[in-house]
Design a protein around this ligand. Structure first.
Ligand code: NAD
Length: 356
């Protein structure tokens, strides 16, 4: 039996509701796959402000670092919106990401055939799309120095070192080895020196992965290609600001925010979370879609624990519930046979995942 500990950060709004469903599914597949997952709860965001007076109590970082992975729901809500920036829930999450040194943000985008009409794009364009954006998360324009706002002038600095590019490129190639073995590196090397260094370094890393097909694409073209022909992509690797924009664009291929998981990983730690927020407008009503959260748990199994078979069980179970026409309210407009609650959706996925 393989044993793992998971730090469980439920957070605010729909966070606790959807995390409970992810745990339900993990427990169900643990029995099948002979895993023992132990959970340690930690506070972050609004709930931490309420109970501990700070968005990130020190013990949360300790729990997160002592676990094998962090599974995180969502944080925030109108109650804490007027607090000073350093006391707001989001500050807690940024500090956690920094403490865990997670430099790669992974956002897979899969288009489920059954929900093809949920996208604003034409079905024939998106059908069969299955890509992942690997975004550098801790460097580039958002962190570069010097930066400042001085009267009539403001400036930021885009800077990358070869080491920073090497480690994110390596992650992207490793991920591509488990997928369709194609990497598209996105930059602006026709204009930016930083991008030229990015491109040179990605080319160097590519030497270690002869099985991977590597292509380079300028970011403006990539933005266009993503909506023109998304099926051409497998793994997209890019810097912080380009990745921020392209991953949001890519998420629209699937059409529903409640379906998309993400992971932020580093050399050691990993934080797995849905891309959506705490959805305070629907919290406590049992109508949130838990699929993004459950798919994030599948990513944890795959990328952190190397439990690919267990992860596949979950992914196949998600496809099956959608195929059978079960829908939470957010996706009810798309060929629903039965509209189910958050908890019913979790139970169905847990059941199918253990039957497969
Ligand atoms: P949101 O993602 O929470 O919600 C946007 C819309 O999508 C809402 O109508 C919501 O009901 C819906 N939605 C989101 N997730 C859903 C799900 N699983 N099932 C069904 N519907 C879902 O974004 P927002 O409204 O801009 O932000 C709400 C709060 O969340 C804010 O406090 C914001 O700061 C915070 N937030 C947190 C994170 C995070 O924890 N990582 C990310 C984004 C926003």
């Amino acid at each position: 039996m393989k044993r793992y500990t998971v730090a469980l950060i439920k957070g605010d709004g729909i966070g606790p509701e959807i995390i409970d469903e992810a745990v339900k599914v993990l427990d169900a597949i643990s029995v099948k796959e002979d895993l023992e997952i132990t959970y340690k709860e930690a506070l972050l965001g609004g709930s931490a402000i309420e109970m501990k007076g700070t968005p990130i109590p020190p013990e949360t970082i300790e729990i997160a670092k002592s676990a094998d992975a962090v599974l995180f729901g969502a944080i925030g809500g109108p109650k804490w919106d007027d607090l000073p920036r350093d006391q707001r829930p989001e500050t807690g999450l940024l500090k956690l990401r920094k403490a865990l040194e997670v430099f790669a943000n992974l956002r897979p985008v899969r288009v489920y055939d059954e929900l093809i009409n949920a996208s604003t794009l034409k079905p024939e364009v998106i059908k069969g799309s299955d890509l992942i954006v690997v975004r550098e998360l801790t460097g580039g324009l958002y962190f570069g120095e010097p930066r400042g706002y001085e009267g009539e002038k403001a400036f930021n600095t885009m800077v990358y070192t070869k080491d920073e590019v090497r480690r994110i490129a390596k992650k992207a190639f490793e991920i591509a080895m488990k997928r369709n073995k194609k990497v598209t590196s996105v930059d602006k090397a026709n204009v930016l020196e930083v991008s030229q260094l990015w491109r040179d370094t990605v080319n160097e890393v590519a030497q270690e992965f002869p099985e991977i097909t590597l292509e380079h694409m300028y970011v403006d073209n990539a933005a266009m290609q993503l909506v023109r022909d998304p099926k051409q992509f497998d793994v997209i690797v890019t810097g912080n600001i380009f990745g921020d924009i392209l991953s949001d664009e890519a998420s629209m291929l699937s059409g529903s925010i409640g379906l998309l998981p993400s992971a932020s990983i580093g050399e050691k730690y990993g934080l797995y979370e849905p891309i959506h927020g705490s959805a305070p407008d629907i919290a406590g009503q049992g109508i949130a879609n838990p699929i993004a959260m459950i798919a994030s748990a599948a990513m944890m199994l795959k990328y952190q624990f190397g439990e690919e078979r267990a992860a596949n069980r979950i992914e196949e179970a998600i496809k099956k519930v959608l195929k059978e026409g079960y829908r939470t309210r957010d996706i009810a407009a798309f060929d629903a046979k039965e509209v189910v609650t958050t908890s019913e959706m979790g139970s169905l996925i847990a059941q199918y995942a253990s039957e497969l």
